[in-house]
Ligand binder design. Structure first.
Ligand code: BG6
Length: 657
C-alpha cells in the first residue's frame, strides 16, 4: 500500500492555531501499561492536546497482557501516583483537556502469540475508526521489549492490518538490534511484511528541539557553512554526561553498555546532523540520504586500532563519610557481579571524506558522572600567535562553538576580546543564546514531535533501515574487541567523577583536552561560590580549565612559583609538610592554591592527589581581572585566606596582582 503524506489538511477545530493538527488516526499501543507509555507517550499526547495540536479524530487503543477494561485503563492513566498527574511536564494541570483526551482511550487485552487476539484488535480498531472518523488510519506503536518487535510486525500483517483504507504506520522503539547482524535480521523480518515507508524507527534524541536546531543552525545561517570543514575546524567533541546510575535497569543494561545504549544511536545521529553535507531539501529522504552518506564515510576500525581510539570504564562503589554506601555497577540488581559491561566510553572517530579528512571527532558518554549535560563543542583552528610577538600576549585560544543540548539549552560562541586598558591583553569572552530567553517554550518530552510527525507522514526524525545498519557497522568492531578482551581494570572510575583517567589521556596524547562545560550550577556547588551573582559565575566558568591528576600525582611542588588556584570537582588531595606529614586532606568542593593568588611567593607545601582527582584550574591573570570586575568575590577570597593561611590581604592588593 502506498503511504501518502497528509501535511496541511487538518487544523484543530477549536483553535485558531495556524499550525495544522496531527492527522486523524487510531493509535494502537502495544505495551500500553508499561513505563514508556505512562512516562512519555501519554504525557506527549497530553502536551499535543494542550497545545491544540492533536486531531479531534484521534483515539488510543491500548493493549497488552494485563487484563484491564477501558474504564480501568483510563483510571490507571489518570492516577495521581502512576499516571498523568505525576508525569505531565506542564506548569499547571488542565483537567478539561485531560478528561477529553482520556475519554478517547480504550483498552483490549491481548496475547502476542494468539493470532485471534490480533483479529479482535483489528475489529476493535474498525469500530473506533467509525466512532472517531479516523479515516481508516492506524498508527501502531511498539512500546514493548525489543524481543517482540519482529513477532508483532508479523502478527499484525497476518491479522490483516495492512489491508483497508487509510495509511498504516508502525513506530518501533529502540534498541533496533543489538549488533549489526541482529539489526540486519530485524530489518529483514520487519520488511518482509511492511514497506520501508511504513516503518518509523525511533531515536528520541531527534525529538529534542536543540538537536533539531543543529540542522537549522547549520543551513539557515550563511556565516558558518563556509567554515564547516577540515580547513577551519580542529576537532569536534560530543559529550553526553549522565549523573544517574544504572539503578533498576540492570537487567537490560548489562546486555547493552554505553556504546549500544547511547553512542550507536543518539550520539551517531547527532554526529550525522552536525557533519553531513547540505541536503537538497528538508524532505525526509533528502536529509536521510545525507545522514547515510555521512555515517558510511566514518572509518571502520580494524581490531588492532580499537584500543588506540576507544577507552571504556565502569563505575565502582562509593563509601560516604556518614557510613552509607552507593553500590558500584557490579553490585546493581540483575547485573553479573563480574560484569564486563562498560558504563562509560570515550573515543575518537574519523570521517573519511573531503570535508572532514583528518579532523578527529571525539565522543564521550557515561553513567554516574559528575553532572548531567549534553553538549557538542566545535573547536576552530587557532589564529597564528606570530602577530602577537613582543606583546604581553602569551597564547591565543581557539574559538569554540558550543551547542548546549540539555539541560542547558542554547548556543555559545567563544572568542577573544581585548582587555580594556593601555596594554594589549586578551581574554576569552562569549556570546550566548539561550532558548529560555529567546522563546516561550513549554517543556516537552520529545515524543510529541515524533508522534505528530508520524501521523503526518513525515519520517525526517526517524531512522531508516540502512541508517541503523550504517551506525551498527561503526560500532561493531569496538563491540567485538571489547567482547574478546576482558577489561581487567574494571571498575575504573568513581561515581561522580569525570570518568576514567584513560579518557583524558586519549586526548592528551593528541595534544588536546576535553572541554568540560562548567555551568553556574556546578560552580555553585563549591562553597566559595554559593549564591554568587550570575555575572561572577559566568566569568568564572569562562576562565576555568579542567585537569585530571592520577592518584599520588604531585599537583603543587613545595618551593615552586606557580600561579594557579585549584577547585576540586571530584576526588581528594593531601597537603603535605616538610616532614612528609599530611597536614590536611581536601575533598570535593574544596579550594587550594589560593596563596599564590594572594601574595607573590613560592608554594609553602606540597599538594598531592590522594585519589584520581578532577580539578578546575583558575589562572592568576584571569583571576585578578575577575576580582577587579567583581569586588565581592575578592571579599570571599580574603576570608578564605585568613581562615586557612592566616594571611590578611587588602582588597586593593588582591585586585592589583
Ligand atoms: C536512553 C537510554 O535511550 O536515553 C538511557 O536507554 C539514557 O540509558 C537515556 O539514560 C538518556 O536520555 P535523555 O533524554 O535523558 O538524555
Amino acid at each position: 500500500m502506498a503511504d501518502t503524506i497528509h501535511h496541511t489538511k487538518h487544523h484543530a477545530s477549536h483553535s485558531k492555531n495556524p499550525v495544522p493538527t496531527s492527522a486523524p488516526c487510531v493509535m494502537l499501543i502495544f505495551g500500553a501499561t508499561g513505563d514508556l507509555a505512562k512516562r512519555l507517550l501519554v504525557p506527549a499526547l497530553y502536551n499535543l492536546a494542550c497545545d491544540g495540536l492533536l486531531s479531534d479524530n484521534f483515539a488510543v487503543l491500548g493493549t497488552g497482557r494485563t487484563q484491564l477494561t477501558s474504564e480501568t485503563f483510563r483510571e490507571h492513566m489518570s492516577s495521581a501516583d502512576q499516571g498523568i498527574r505525576k508525569f505531565h511536564t506542564r506548569k499547571n494541570f488542565d483537567e478539561t483537556v485531560w478528561n477529553n483526551l482520556v475519554s478517547r482511550f480504550h483498552y483490549v487485552s491481548s496475547n502476542m502469540d494468539d493470532i485471534n487476539d490480533f483479529k479482535k484488535l483489528r475489529q476493535e480498531i474498525a469500530s473506533l475508526d467509525s466512532l472517531y472518523q479516523a479515516e481508516g488510519n492506524i498508527l501502531m506503536y511498539l512500546a514493548t521489549s525489543p524481543s517482540f518487535f519482529a513477532q508483532l510486525c508479523k502478527q499484525l500483517y497476518q491479522a490483516g492490518f495492512k489491508d483497508g483504507a487509510g495509511w498504516r504506520r508502525i513506530i518501533i522503539e529502540k534498541p533496533f538490534g543489538t549488533d549489526l547482524k541482529s539489526a540486519h535480521q530485524l530489518n529483514e523480518q520487519v520488511l518482509a511484511h511492511w514497506n520501508e515507508d511504513q516503518i518509523y524507527r525511533i531515536d528520541h534524541y531527534l525529538g529534542k528541539e536543540t538537536v533539531q536546531n543543529l540542522l537549522t543552525f547549520r543551513f539557515s545561517n550563511g556565516m558558518f557553512e563556509p567554515l564547516w570543514n577540515k580547513n577551519n575546524i580542529d576537532n569536534i567533541q560530543f559529550n553526553v554526561c549522565e549523573e544517574v546510575d544504572v539503578g533498576t535497569r540492570g537487567g537490560y543494561y548489562d546486555g547493552s553498555g554505553v556504546l549500544r545504549d547511547m553512542m550507536q544511536n543518539h550520539m551517531f545521529q547527532m554526529l550525522a546532523y552536525l557533519c553531513m553535507e547540505p541536503p537538497a531539501s528538508f524532505a525526509a529522504d533528502a536529509i536521510r540520504n545525507e545522514k547515510a552518506k555521512l555515517l558510511n564515510s566514518v572509518r571502520i576500525f580494524k581490531p588492532e586500532e580499537v584500543p588506540k581510539n576507544f577507552v571504556r570504564g565502569q563505575y565502582g562503589d562509593t563509601h560516604h563519610l556518614d557510613g552509607t554506601i552507593k553500590p558500584g555497577y557490579r553490585e546493581t540488581p540483575n547485573v553479573n557481579p563480574q560484569s564486563n559491561t562498560e558504563t562509560f566510553a570515550a573515543g575518537k572517530l574519523y570521517i573519511d571524506n573531503w570535508r572532514w579528512e583528518g579532523v578527529p571527532i571525539y565522543l564521550r558518554s557515561g553513567k554516574a558522572l559528575w553532572k548531567r549535560g549534553t553538549e557538542i563543542v566545535v573547536e576552530f583552528k587557532k589564529a597564528p600567535i606570530a602577530l602577537f610577538q613582543n606583546t604581553p600576549v602569551e597564547r591565543v585560544s581557539s574559538n569554540r562553538l558550543i551547542f548546549n543540548i540539555q539541560p542547558v539549552q542554547g548556543i555559545e560562541l567563544l572568542f577573544q576580546a581585548k582587555v580594556p586598558g593601555p596594554l594589549l591583553g586578551l581574554q576569552k569572552v562569549d556570546m550566548r543564546f539561550s532558548y529560555g530567553d529567546a522563546f516561550n517554550v513549554s517543556r516537552y518530552t520529545g515524543y510529541e514531535v515524533m508522534i505528530y510527525s508520524c501521523t503526518n507522514g513525515d519520517a525526517t526524525l526517524f531512522s531508516r533501515g540502512d541508517l541503523v545498519e550504517a551506525a551498527w557497522k561503526i560500532a561493531q568492531p569496538i563491540l567485538d574487541y571489547w567482547k574478546d578482551n576482558v577489561a581487567l581494570e574494571f571498575p575504573n572510575y568513581t561515581r561522580g567523577s569525570w570518568g576514567p583517567k584513560e579518557a583524558s589521556e586519549l586526548l592528551k596524547h593528541d595534544g588536546r583536552h576535553w572541554y568540560e562545560v562548567a555551568t553556574s550550577e556546578i560552580l555553585e556547588r563549591l562553597p566559595l561560590f554559593k549564591n554568587s551573582d550570575a555575572l561572577l559565575l559566568n566569568s568564572l566558568t569562562m576562565a576555568l580549565r579542567p585537569i585530571t591528576a592520577s592518584a599520588r600525582e604531585v599537583i603543587i611542588h613545595k618551593g615552586a612559583l606557580t600561579k594557579d588556584l585549584y577547585l576540586i570537582c571530584h576526588g581528594s588531595v593531601e597537603v603535605i609538610d616538610d616532614n612528609g606529614q599530611v597536614i590536611e586532606t581536601l575533598h570535593d568542593g574544596d579550594i587550594f592554591g589560593e596563596i599564590s593568588l594572594l601574595i607573590s611567593t613560592t608554594r609553602t607545601a606540597t599538594v598531592k592527589a590522594k585519589t584520581l582527582t578532577d580539578l578546575f584550574v583558575l589562572g592568576r591573570a584571569d583571576f585578578s581581572r575577575i576580582l577587579r570586575d567583581h569586588p565581592q568575590f575578592a571579599e570571599t577570597i580574603m576570608k578564605v585566606a585568613k581562615e586557612r593561611y592566616s594571611i590578611t590581604v587588602s582588597k586593593e592588593q588582591l585586585m592589583s596582582l
